[in-house]
Design a binder for this molecule. Structure first.
Ligand SMILES: NC(=O)c1ccc[n+]([C@@H]2O[C@H](COP(=O)([O-])OP(=O)(O)OC[C@H]3O[C@@H](n4cnc5c(N)ncnc54)[C@H](O)[C@@H]3O)[C@@H](O)[C@H]2O)c1
Length: 285
């Protein structure tokens, strides 16, 4: 494996956990955010994720400090200068991402692979905001939440991405025990297209009064073998995010992704899911 040092930009919900995935496999990680405080908060998230795994008996407590010591939290983009791979996980905004790439143009070494964790912006469009000579080394790596647990990573080459870069990224993801899947640069990639058709049908079942929230969740768990019901999962993700992805898919593909009224009403009422204490289910505050 030629990738030894990995930079992650954005120490939020996704970035912190993505960094952890690599640190657990003994790679050096630089975790960047807008301020040192935010970057350090990312390390706290990492510690919490490890604690959860330790509690479940899925990670050895005595390895925790060594893993966290692999991560340098920083607000200085110059710390990315010797990274072999940099994964961007900042806000889902073309403007914020392209501004970030402007900084990467300056600091990253020539052969550094730059990846985006975007869930909805075209990889080819993002590549166009980097220097032209870097476009061949730019790729999408769409991790799932929680990234330190979920195995799937969609790997999305843009039109200009070099084949060797695709192979190298798939290689490093396999080395950290992920299941990379190569998909075309289309809106929603593969996962969100499947997921949003499924969630829309679940909401239609509810609208038509076919079954209750609890019972539709039971159908998912006991009939389809899902680890949690669809409404629990939607609540965990947040309905503001769910509706925004629905709208992006609807703009691209039309009717089959029409945003759902059941979901929209909850957003209108501020019932965004687990983070607000209520969505389809109610949660203890
Ligand atoms: N949340 C999910 O379930 C999920 C799943 C897959 C992909 N994604 C994608 O991952 C990316 C990050 O999402 P998230 O949920 O972790 O967001 P988040 O808001 O939790 O974290 C984003 C982080 O980026 C930092 N940031 C913003 N601008 C920055 C800049 N210019 N320089 C450095 N840091 C900056 C913020 O301070 C924040 O800590 C988005 O592109 C999102 O679409 C999210």
């Amino acid at each position: 494996m030629t990738i030894k040092k990995v930079g992650v930009i954005g120490a939020g919900m996704m970035g912190a956990e993505i960094g952890l995935c690599f640190a657990k496999f003994d790679l050096d990680v630089v975790l960047i955010d807008r301020t040192n405080e935010l970057a350090e908060k990312g390390k706290v998230r990492q510690a919490e994720a490890l604690d959860k795994s330790i509690k479940k008996g899925k990670f050895e407590a005595e390895k925790k400090e060594a893993v966290l010591n692999k991560v340098l939290a920083s607000d200085d983009f110059k710390d990315l200068s010797d990274c072999d791979l940099v994964i961007e996980a900042v806000f889902e905004s073309l403007e914020v991402k392209s501004e970030t790439y402007g900084k990467l143009n300056e600091v990253c070494k020539e052969d550094c692979i730059i990846a985006s964790n975007t869930s909805s912006i075209s990889i080819t469009k993002l590549a166009a905001t980097l220097n032209r000579e870097r476009a061949g080394k730019f790729i999408g790596t769409h991790f799932n939440s929680p990234a330190s647990i979920m195995k799937l990573v969609e790997v999305i080459p843009g039109i200009l991405t070099d084949e060797e870069v695709v192979a190298e990224v798939i290689g490093v993801l396999k080395a950290i025990d992920k299941e990379p899947v190569k998909v075309k640069d289309v809106t929603g990639f593969a996962l969100n297209r499947l997921f949003h058709v499924f969630s829309a049908e679940a909401c239609r079942l509810l609208e038509e009064g076919v079954a209750s929230v609890e019972d539709i969740d039971k159908v998912c768990v006991y009939g389809l073998g899902h680890p949690v019901g669809i409404f629990k999962l939607l609540d965990n993700m947040g309905h503001d995010l769910n509706i925004s992805v629905d709208k992006i898919l609807y703009d691209e593909y039309g009717e089959r992704f029409r945003p759902n009224q059941e979901m929209q009403r909850r957003v209108d009422a501020g019932l965004l899911g687990r983070k607000t204490g209520e969505g389809f289910h109610k949660y203890d505050k």
